[in-house]
Design a protein around this ligand. Structure first.
Ligand code: DXP
Ligand SMILES: NCC(=O)COP(=O)(O)O
Length: 237
């Protein structure tokens, strides 16, 4: 059974584009859980261009499924996560001005930093996951950090699968087999979608959780727009 955690960053992006509070991020999180999502993911960035640190606090009492906060563990992020105490923190090595996440950790180079920060979160009862590329040496390095889980960075798989290259799932199969043998839990995310999720899931045994945002919100627009147009037309009769 793989849990679906909905990343609601894009809802905050839409809200922020107008100021105000529409769409409301907390109400949206409540809705996705009511519709069956098994988790809510946010990825507050230092510039707060979508999810704001205050959103992370406001969501705490309303996320009754798994609450996953992702981000680069700079001081302000670590403080926020220790205050909010989500179910899981996913550490992502984002550059401060990254448009979106674009690489996993170098778990060998950053081993001692990761050990320290992971220990602090675990001591506070927060499950840890670290974002990694599907590279065996990086999975072995992840084990050394003491993390509970890894999140496989799926952008390459998603891109190649879209081009018809199904073999692109091979490094993920090998990485997840190694992670399993090392006792690491396996999450995955980035550019997963209705097109590629079933194939990915079928190939990765013991996939515990996927976090999906960009495609899921886009698909919700595509699949919902017809209904909304009809509702407007009815009001305009
Ligand atoms: C780690 C990861 O792949 C996602 O959290 C992704 O980075 C979402 O962040 P943005 O919504 O800012 O693109
Ligand atoms: N951890 C990945 C995530 O939260 C969502 O990534 P995406 O679906 O927006 O690419």
């Amino acid at each position: 059974m793989t849990k679906l955690s909905v990343n609601i960053n894009k809802i905050a992006t839409l809200r922020n584009s107008r100021g105000g509070d529409v769409p409301n991020v907390v109400e949206f999180a409540k809705d996705v859980q009511r519709f069956g999502a098994e988790g809510v993911t946010i990825h507050p960035r230092p510039d707060e261009r979508h999810i704001r640190y205050q959103d992370a606090r406001d969501l705490k009492s309303q996320v009754y499924t798994e609450y996953n906060i992702e981000g680069n563990p700079i001081d302000s992020f670590v403080k926020l996560v220790l205050e909010v105490k989500p179910t899981q923190v996913t550490l992502v090595p984002d550059a401060i001005d990254a448009i979106t996440s674009n690489a996993g950790w170098d778990t060998v180079k950053h081993k001692s930093f990761l050990i320290d920060v992971i220990k602090e979160f675990k001591n506070n009862g927060i499950r840890t996951s670290i974002f990694v590329d599907p590279v065996l040496s990086q999975i072995e390095g992840a084990k050394e950090t003491g993390t509970d889980r890894i999140e496989l960075y799926t952008e390459t798989f998603a891109h190649q699968y879209g081009l018809g290259n199904k073999e692109a799932v091979r490094p993920y199969i090998d990485s997840s087999a190694l992670a399993n043998s090392l006792g690491l839990g396996i999450n995955a995310g980035h550019d997963l979608s209705l097109d590629n999720i079933q194939f990915f899931k079928e190939n990765i045994p013991d996939l515990l959780e996927v976090s999906i945002g960009h495609a899921l919100i886009s698909e919700s627009l595509y699949l919902g727009v017809e209904n909304v147009i009809q509702m407007y037309l009815n009001k305009l009769k």
